[in-house]
Write a protein that binds this ligand. Structure first.
Ligand SMILES: *Cc1c(COP(=O)(O)O)cnc(C)c1O
Length: 391
């Protein structure tokens, strides 16, 4: 057998991540590999940490990218913070909340689930009630931006409820970082994890994590060892901390060049401008989808700009719609997950994908394909409506 080089097709990525990668990020990743303890590399690590503090809006010294996808950032928070027997209130309003519950269990904690219908924001009153019934709960875990449904929860209020009950918070900010307001210090979030491939325009495989003093203190007070060697933050910080570095693992050197470049670009654009860009393109996409008569799954007040969950119209086959967009238009959008499989599609406007070209291309492709799938569409109306918002 002989194989040839892999040549991926050129796609437009408008799903739930990865999003389109900025060419500057790909170029940075192709630069020469150097040793992971090379002083030049160490300077780049320090810069990356500082730029992550900016992206997270935090002064937390404990801010670094875990060398693995966002799921590893999630696991990092749970394995370090949850001690055997700890009660953790877990809010479940989609797929990623369910994974948090699984993480609590695997860390030998006891999950207390606050269930919210998928597509809705977590209700702080329900969380308050749950704390009252479980005064010994030590932590609250929730997803800020639920990518499986496109709903945003009010992180600031949820965390204030948890702190009133002296609980440490674990927040999934994988899809919010860089795409919509996330203010770690101002909102007093404790342990927060994210991913490189959503609104940062970078490739998948790295997971920025930040921890407040309160979270670090809880880890320091642990009575037994963190059950994961690779994700034990005491060891990871010996490598990523600012003192003398001890070898822990070999950092993914070139992917980190990519994250560094993505963060330089975020700084150049300005964090608030990046949030505004996601919002503006969401409004343009929304105008186009409205013109086509398509419905959003999430109520307007809780809609994420970077993840648009759209109800699949009656009589339209979900798999056929997505495969035609992919095969005929090289356009990737996301399927519904879990309970929403076959009911919604998810259109991502994340990072470099949140641009006018993608919005218009997606609307035009949807008009064509839905039209051919016998849904009555007024061709061109969606682009015109989007244009009106853009100008
Ligand atoms: C994508 C995503 C994750 C998981 O990220 P991976 O990089 O695939 O491990 C976790 N939480 C949320 C909310 C996400 O959107």
């Amino acid at each position: 057998m002989s194989f040839e080089s892999f040549q991926p097709p050129v796609r437009t990525l408008m799903g739930p991540g990865p999003s389109d990668i900025h060419p500057r990020v790909l170029a940075a990743m192709g630069r020469p590999t150097i040793g992971h303890l090379d002083p030049a590399f160490i300077r780049m690590m320090e810069e990356t940490k500082a730029m992550l503090q900016y992206a997270f809006q935090t002064q937390n010294a404990f801010t670094l990218p875990i060398s693995a996808p966002a799921s590893a950032g999630m696991e990092t928070c749970f394995v370090n913070l949850v001690e055997p027997g700890d009660k953790v209130i877990v809010c479940v309003n989609g797929v990623f909340g369910l994974r948090m519950k699984e993480n609590v269990e695997r860390s030998s904690g006891v999950p207390i689930v606050v269930e919210t219908p998928w597509g809705e924001a977590v209700d702080p009153n329900q969380v308050e009630e749950t704390f009252k019934k479980n005064p010994d709960a030590k932590m609250l875990a929730f997803v800020h931006a639920e990518t499986s449904t496109g709903a945003e929860s009010d992180a600031r209020t949820l965390v204030s409820v948890a702190h009133k009950h002296d609980a440490v918070t674990i927040v999934d900010a994988v899809t919010s970082l860089g795409g919509s307001p996330l203010k770690v210090d101002e909102w007093q979030l404790d342990a927060v994890y994210s991913g490189s491939q959503k609104c940062l325009s970078c490739t998948p495989g790295l997971s920025p994590v930040t921890m407040s003093e309160r979270a670090v203190e809880k880890i320091k007070r642990r009575k037994n060892k963190v059950p994961s060697w690779f994700l034990d933050l005491n060891l990871v910080m010996g490598y990523w901390g600012s003192g003398k570095r001890a070898y822990h693992h070999t950092a993914p050197i070139n992917p980190l060049y990519g994250l560094h470049e993505a963060l330089v670009m975020l700084q150049e654009e300005g964090l608030e401008n990046s949030w505004a860009r996601h919002r503006k393109h969401h409004l343009a996409l929304r105008a186009g989808l409205d013109a086509m008569g398509l419905q959003f799954y999430v109520k307007e007040a809780h809609r994420l700009p970077q993840l648009n969950a759209i109800v699949i119209p009656n009589g339209v086959d979900d798999a056929e719609l997505r495969s035609r967009l992919l095969n005929e238009y090289n356009l990737e959008i996301g399927a519904g997950l879990g309970a929403l499989a076959g009911k919604i599609v998810r259109i991502g406007l994340m990072g470099y994908s949140a641009n006018v070209k993608n919005v218009l291309y997606c609307l035009a492709a949807l008009e064509e394909v839905l039209g051919e799938m016998r849904m009555p569409v007024d061709k061109g109306a969606a682009e015109r409506a989007a244009h009106k918002v853009m100008s």
